[in-house]
Design a protein around this ligand. Structure first.
Ligand SMILES: *Cc1c(COP(=O)(O)O)cnc(C)c1O
Length: 378
C-alpha cells in the first residue's frame, strides 16, 4: 500500500495491534489442533496491512498464507521468509502461470481452463508445480462443479500430477444451524474420497469455530484473526485488532428545533452541544451510519463516553452529540471511532453490513500505526 498522502499527524489515526493478531492466530490454531492453521491475508489483510499482518502471523507460527490475487501474493512473498507457502484464492489468471512460478505462488485452480493452463505450465517446465484444486460444493462461486470431478481426475492422472491440497468453501458457515453446512460437508467428503491422501481444506473462520468436523488438514481463517465476529449470534471471543481515532475539529451549541447536517434530517429535541469530528464516508465511515429523526445511527466514544452521531455522515466529517459529557472535548482531542468501546461489528450491525466490509473500507486519510500489546493477564 502507498503511504497516505497526508501524514502530518493532525488527522485520524488507525492503530493495528500486532500482538492481538498473533494471539488471535494462536487461539484459532489451538481450536483447530490436528489441522494446519493458515492465515487469509487478502484485501491488504482485511485492511490492516498485508506485509505487517503476514509477518505477525508468521511470527506466531503460520506458514500457509491465502491471498486473493497474484499481486497480493507477491506482497506476501516479499514480506516473508522462504519457508512460507502462499495460495492464491482467486485461482490462475489467464496468462499468469509464469508469474506464479517465479514467485512460488500456488493457485487454487477453480475451473477446467485454469487446470489445463497450469498442467501445461507443469509440462513445459517438467515439474509438478504445486497448486490446490477448488471444488464448488454449493456456493456456486469459484470451483469445479462436482460433475467435473472425473474430468479433473483424468487431466491430472494423464500427467501423473498430484495436487497440494483440495478445498471447498462454505456458503453459510456464519449460521452453523443452516442446513447447507451439512450438505456441503457431505459433498466435500465425497470429493475427498476420490483424492485419497491429498490434504483437504473446507473452513473459513466460522467453519472452523463452529464444527470440528470441518477442520480436515488445513483451516483458512480470515475475519476472526482480525478481531471480527465470525459466527452470528455468539459472543465474539477474538481480541480486537484495530483502533481508529479521529480528532474533534470544533464544538458548537445548537438550540432545540435546529437541524444538523445535509438534508436537515435530524432535528434537535433539546439544546445541545455538538462536536464536529474529522471522519466521513470518504474515510470508510459509511453514510449508512447516519442518524435521522426516525433512525438511530451509530455512536463514537469521547473520553470513554458513548456519543451518538447526529444527522448525516458527510464526506469528511460527522457531528456527534456531546451534551451529556461532563466536559466538552477540546479541538484536537481524539474521538474513538472503532476500538474497545465500539467494535467493527457494532457499526456493521447499524449499517446493515458485516465487519468485513467495515474493516476493508478503512483506507482513508489517516495514518496507520503498528503497536504490539502484551497479552492480557486476566
Ligand atoms: C475469504 C476466504 C476465507 C476466509 O474467510 P473468513 O470468513 O474471513 O474467515 C477462506 N476461504 C476462502 C475461499 C475465502 O475466500
Amino acid at each position: 500500500m502507498a503511504a497516505p498522502a497526508i501524514a502530518t499527524g493532525y488527522g485520524g489515526r488507525l492503530t493495528v495491534d500486532l500482538g492481538a493478531l498473533k494471539r488471535n492466530w494462536q487461539a484459532l490454531d489451538k481450536v483447530s489442533r490436528g489441522a494446519l492453521t493458515g492465515a487469509v491475508v487478502k484485501a491488504d489483510a482485511y485492511g490492516t496491512g498485508i506485509a505487517q499482518a503476514s509477518r505477525a502471523f508468521y511470527e506466531a507460527g503460520a506458514r500457509f498464507f491465502f491471498a486473493a490475487t497474484p499481486d497480493e501474493g507477491i506482497a506476501v512473498r516479499a514480506a516473508l521468509p522462504e519457508d512460507s507457502h502462499i495460495f492464491i484464492l482467486s485461482g490462475l489468471y489467464p496468462g499468469s502461470a509464469p508469474l506464479y512460478v517465479g514467485e512460488r505462488l500456488m493457485p487454487c485452480l477453480a475451473s477446467i481452463p485454469m487446470l489445463e493452463e497450469w498442467l501445461q505450465a507443469c509440462a513445459a517446465s517438467n515439474q509438478a508445480l504445486p497448486a490446490a484444486l477448488h471444488f464448488d460444493t454449493g456456493i456456486n462461486r469459484l470451483g469445479f462443479r462436482l460433475n467435473e470431478t472425473s474430468i479433473v481426475k483424468r487431466l491430472i492422472d494423464s500427467i501423473g500430477y498430484a495436487p497440494q491440497m483440495i478445498m471447498s468453501h462454505l456458503a453459510c458457515a456464519d449460521t452453523p444451524a443452516h442446513e447447507k453446512n451439512r450438505t456441503q460437508l457431505a459433498l466435500f467428503t465425497s470429493v475427498m474420497a476420490q483424492f485419497p491422501g491429498i490434504p483437504a481444506s473446507l473452513s473459513n473462520s466460522a467453519g472452523l469455530m463452529s464444527n470440528r468436523d470441518n477442520h480436515f488438514q488445513m483451516v483458512r481463517p480470515g475475519i476472526a484473526l482480525y478481531g471480527g465476529r465470525a459466527v452470528a449470534g455468539r459472543r465474539n471471543p477474538m481480541a480486537p485488532v484495530v483502533t481508529l481515532e479521529a480528532p474533534v475539529l470544533m464544538t458548537k451549541d445548537v438550540k432545540t428545533g435546529e437541524t444538523v447536517g445535509y438534508g436537515a434530517l435530524q432535528t434537535m429535541s433539546r439544546d445541545s452541544r455538538l462536536a464536529i469530528v474529522a471522519i466521513g464516508y470518504a474515510d470508510g465511515f459509511f453514510r449508512s451510519l447516519s442518524s435521522s429523526n426516525n433512525h438511530r445511527g451509530t455512536h463514537v466514544a469521547i473520553n470513554g463516553q458513548p456519543c451518538p452521531v447526529v444527522g448525516r455522515v458527510s464526506m469528511d466529517m460527522i457531528g456527534v452529540d456531546v451534551t451529556d459529557l461532563p466536559r466538552p472535548p477540546a479541538p484536537g482531542e481524539m474521538a474513538e471511532i472503532i476500538g474497545k468501546q465500539i467494535t467493527i461489528d457494532d457499526h456493521a450491525d447499524i449499517a446493515n453490513t458485516i465487519g468485513y466490509e467495515v474493516l476493508t473500507s478503512l483506507k482513508g486519510r489517516y495514518s496507520r500505526n503498528y503497536m504490539e500489546s502484551a497479552a492480557p493477564t486476566a
